[in-house]
Design a protein around this ligand. Structure first.
Ligand SMILES: *[C@@H]1O[C@H](CO)[C@@H](O)[C@H](O)[C@H]1NC(C)=O
Ligand SMILES: *[C@@H]1O[C@H](CO)[C@@H](O)[C@H](O)[C@H]1NC(C)=O
Length: 350
């Protein structure tokens, strides 16, 4: 068993028991959200045009390194990418283990389908291997384990960062997610249901699941009514919308960014500035990259996200995959990269 799984079961122990406040409410959907929402998301969350380029091997953002060092995986097996979406002047830096089930295209596509003003609150995205999809978010970094190429999972995770920071912008007030406040908790109390069994774990997971339904309402042409009798959670949904409805709404362009985490060496085996040859592809170490976002840049008001929420580590029920979307994403991404004179990847056979 890798440490990842023990982390996972630890998280279930910590956050799944009554100790940290199980909500014990009836649920709207007993089979999880994915079967009810993801086909609408695939159709109505538009991919954002982008190009990517890969960093020379040997350098990694400290925040990605922290995540990897909490697992049995080697930092030397990480790939780091700049992702330039057309709705933001500066890139997002994402980190991927070379054996992660999610390809760089999968990560870019699913992250890029989420509203840009929601992406604004995520500092880095990490993808690591995993037998099934699970994911964690802490200190504005979302980590996907296994195949989480699923919009509802991305929205859920990124909402943990909205929950943590949108009402406490520099995160300096200590662990203070919006969902821990009386406004949200009274709304839950006045409702007769929560979205699904996972939401019952605690207020933070409930908030993240309600955000998935709030996005559904915004992007589905018929709103939420076609989904079923959702009004049993209308108060949660409305309070959440008042807190971060703008961020959850697709469109526009980026309005704020975190400074990127400090760029550090993957470790001593990179040989600093000497030639390194490591990992599957025998990479050469290159010059230290410049951060895509740094203190003093016009959109960077708050340098460093604090560890506001702790890491919320989630597993999800009945995730619905879509290999058609995956193939289309490769074709699209390759054409965007090619037009910019950048690398392309072979389209995988599904
Ligand atoms: C899969 O994704 C494609 C592309 O986004 C979409 O057109 C299609 O409706 C999706 N299929 C399902 C079953 O969700
Ligand atoms: C954030 O806090 C959690 C525990 O609350 C810890 O497991 C995690 O490593 C911390 N992450 C960072 C980036 O400091």
């Amino acid at each position: 068993m890798s440490p990842k799984y023990s982390l996972n079961s630890l998280a279930l122990l910590l956050f799944g028991g009554n100790v940290l406040g199980q909500l014990n409410k009836p649920v709207l959907f007993s089979d999880g959200l994915s079967p009810h929402v993801d086909s609408v998301f695939w159709q109505h969350l538009t991919p954002t045009q982008s190009t990517w380029d890969e960093w020379a091997w040997g350098w990694i953002p400290q925040a990605c390194l922290n995540v990897v060092q909490d697992t049995s995986y080697s930092p030397y097996d990480m790939e780091v990418y700049n992702v330039h979406y057309t709705d933001c002047g500066s890139a997002w830096v994402i980190c991927r283990h070379h054996d992660a089930q999610m390809s760089v295209v999968d990560i870019i596509d699913v992250f890029g389908r989420v509203a840009v003003q929601d992406r604004d609150w995520t500092q880095h995205v990490v993808a690591l291997p995993g037998a099934v999809c699970s994911a964690g978010t802490g200190a504005a970094v979302t980590t996907f384990y296994g195949d989480c190429y699923i919009p509802s999972v991305a929205i859920h995770e990124m909402s943990h960062s909205l929950d943590g920071y949108v009402n406490d912008q520099n995160g300096n007030n200590g662990p203070n997610p919006f969902s821990s406040g009386s406004q949200y908790q009274s709304a839950v109390a006045s409702d007769s249901c929560v979205p699904d069994p996972y939401a019952n774990n605690n207020y933070q997971e409930d908030y993240a699941q309600v955000s998935v339904l709030a996005v559904y309402e915004k992007v589905n042409p018929g709103g939420l009514d076609p989904i079923g009798s959702w009004r049993c959670l209308v108060n949660q949904k409305n309070v959440l919308d008042s807190a971060c409805g703008t961020e959850l709404t697709p469109g526009g362009s980026c309005t704020r960014r975190w400074a990127d985490s400090a760029i550090v060496s993957m470790g001593p085996a990179t040989g600093n500035s000497k030639r390194g040859s490591f990992g599957k592809r025998g990479r050469k170490i290159g010059p230290k990259p410049e951060p895509a976002n740094k203190k003093g840049d016009p959109l960077v008001s708050y340098a460093t996200p604090s560890n506001e929420t702790g890491v919320r580590h989630s597993t999800f029920m009945n995730l619905v995959k879509n290999n058609t979307a995956r193939t289309q994403a490769y074709v699209r991404q390759n054409s965007w990269n090619k037009a910019a004179g950048k690398a392309t990847l072979p389209v995988p056979k599904m």
